[in-house]
Write a protein that binds this ligand. Structure first.
Ligand code: ADP
Length: 525
């Protein structure tokens, strides 16, 4: 950063489909809020634009009110009015777009999973830009996220820059290349983009189905800055296996593409102030963690005081290993999708029992057969003393599980960044993670002598099979049972590690400033 550029605050607009805690499905929601707050703290003006969903947590939006103006935006050959609401979420100003469209785009009782998702979010992307234009805003950066708002990049450069909304550079962050937002090419015309111009191999045409448009590809091609959420994942997606068809596009645009590890919002995720857990605690007073372990056991009807069992938790599944009593509590909290290694999560339940631990899983699945399979396992264990599966999305319970777990599993097949390992460590749960994507950039094996000791913080494995996983779980449980003092030191160490947004937000700031400075210099020349 040049000293001149650090002095001038940037105006940054995030256009996104999620924002924690009001509209959150997964990590995307956490990132929009966490990065937004961190940039605001650095003195930048940060504003967010979200759809006004019916299923948001309205009680967490402060001072929500409708603005007098209505914004008209184009869709499918017509103009539609949008009511614009404004409110504050976690200290950030947020605009909510409510379309007056007969299809009631965001009035569906769920965020995603509708047949017309492509249409709903291309509508939203255009309405958000229309809002900026009509409000006369002159942002320096428009930051869009994932396929839902990827349309912003081509819309901005093809339509809006010439209408006068031309002050901004476009930054696109892909949180998961598995989801690319493809549709038959003619559908792109609905939001006013020119299908004939864009359905080309060097623009928005899907790399494998040539009669389809790919929204994420469009954002990669048209944005000034393209990021993904960890350095390792940024490497992985440039290979044919990792890129899900987009590796060649990413390689041709590699100069503007970089991986920045996400942080977590350390104000929200803080066991010493978290009023939603049973007892607050910190790294120099782990008694509180023990109390949370007991409280979760009581709440879930798990065996209370067999003092030799760890609780293993996973955020989609909570295998929490609770260290105060020698029963390890293993936790897992996760969306139950193939990416997360569901077969290893299932295996972990049985292996934990064999090894004498307790396992808690909190997770839900949009995939019907996976949800049914886990419902079967949940009912098999419904009266068991040591295993509990809770198959829903429940943020409050997730906090209790993080606080109660001794060990937390993240056995993902691939993982762009992963936040649960960082939250788990903040709450003193030791991660067991597969070495992939952002897990590879944040979890370092306690036995890996190539890693400086101060960074070693968990147990890792490479091979995505039962044997690979057992290697890490068995070591973790041995460690927990055999060397209590070292375990406690490890817990204290991981709780004190810095997973805040501080340094990641600085990297985004640097990218923004460079891009803005370059554009201004080019304009002057
Ligand atoms: P992804 O974005 O792929 O779902 P991340 O690890 O990046 O995975 O982020 C997951 C976020 O969602 C974390 O904040 C985690 O605590 C939360 N989460 C996942 N499943 C659940 C659930 N069933 N209940 C509550 N929170 C959940």
């Amino acid at each position: 950063l040049t000293s001149a550029s650090t002095r001038s605050a940037l105006h940054v607009i995030h256009i996104a489909a999620e924002m924690a805690p009001v509209a959150k499905v997964g990590g995307l929601g956490d990132v929009v809020t966490g990065l937004g707050k961190a940039l605001q703290k650095k003195g930048h003006l940060v504003e967010i634009i979200l759809p006004k969903y019916d299923c948001m947590q309205y009680d967490l939006i402060h001072n929500l009110r409708a603005l007098d103006v209505e914004v008209e935006s184009y869709f499918d050959g017509q103009l539609y009015k949008n009511k614009i609401w404004i409110g504050t979420v976690e200290g950030l100003p947020v605009y909510f777009v409510e379309p007056y469209h007969p299809d009631k785009f965001f009035w569906r009782g769920q965020f995603y999973g509708e047949n017309d998702d492509f249409k709903r979010f291309s509508f939203f992307s255009r309405a958000a830009l229309e809002l900026l234009l009509q409000a006369g805003k002159k942002p320096d950066i428009i930051h869009c996220h994932d396929w839902q708002t990827a349309f912003v990049a081509p819309l901005y450069w093809d339509l809006y820059a010439s209408k006068g909304l031309n002050s901004a550079r476009i930054c696109f962050t892909c949180h998961n290349f598995e989801y690319q937002g493809t549709a038959p090419a003619p559908e792109l015309a609905s939001c006013g983009l020119d299908v004939y111009q864009l359905n080309r191999p060097d623009r928005m045409q899907d790399n494998s189905a040539h009669d389809r448009i790919n929204a994420v590809k469009g954002a990669v091609v048209f944005s000034n800055i393209v990021t993904t959420v960890s350095p390792t994942y940024a490497q992985e997606v440039r290979s044919p296996e990792g890129g899900r068809g987009l590796h060649s596009t990413l390689n041709s645009h590699s100069k503007k593409f970089i991986g920045i590890l996400n942080g977590i919002d350390t104000d929200t995720w803080n066991p010493s102030t978290d009023s939603r857990i049973e007892v607050q605690y910190n790294s120099s007073d782990l008694q509180g963690k023990a109390a949370n372990k007991q409280a979760l056991r009581r709440r879930l009807g798990l065996l209370l005081s067999d003092s030799t069992r760890p609780l293993v938790a996973c955020q989609q599944f909570l295998i929490a290993a609770i260290s105060s009593f020698l029963v390890e509590q293993i936790g897992c909290i996760t969306r139950l999708v193939p990416q997360k290694g569901v077969h290893l999560i299932r295996h972990a339940i049985y292996r934990t029992i064999e090894l004498g631990g307790q396992f808690v899983l909190l997770g839900s699945s949009p995939v019907h057969h996976i949800q049914r399979e886990f419902e079967g396992i949940a009912s098999q264990f419904q009266n068991d003393d040591n295993v509990r599966l809770i198959l829903k999305y429940d943020e409050l319970l997730s906090r209790s599980i993080y606080a109660a777990s001794d060990i937390f599993i993240i056995p993902s097949i691939f993982e762009p960044c992963g936040l649960t390992q960082m939250i788990a460590m903040r709450y003193g749960a030791i991660p067991i993670a597969r070495k992939t994507g952002g897990l590879n950039d944040s979890v370092f094996d306690v036995d890996d002598e190539t890693i400086p000791p101060e960074f070693r913080n968990g147990f890792t494995f490479l091979s995505p099979d039962e044997q690979g996983f057992n290697g890490a779980l068995d070591r973790a449980i041995q460690y927990y049972k055999n060397d209590r003092e070292s375990w406690e030191h490890l817990v204290q160490k991981v709780m004190n590690m810095d997973f805040s947004w501080e340094s990641s937000a600085e990297q985004y700031e640097e990218l923004y400033v460079k891009s803005v400075t370059r554009a201004r210099a080019a304009k002057r020349a």
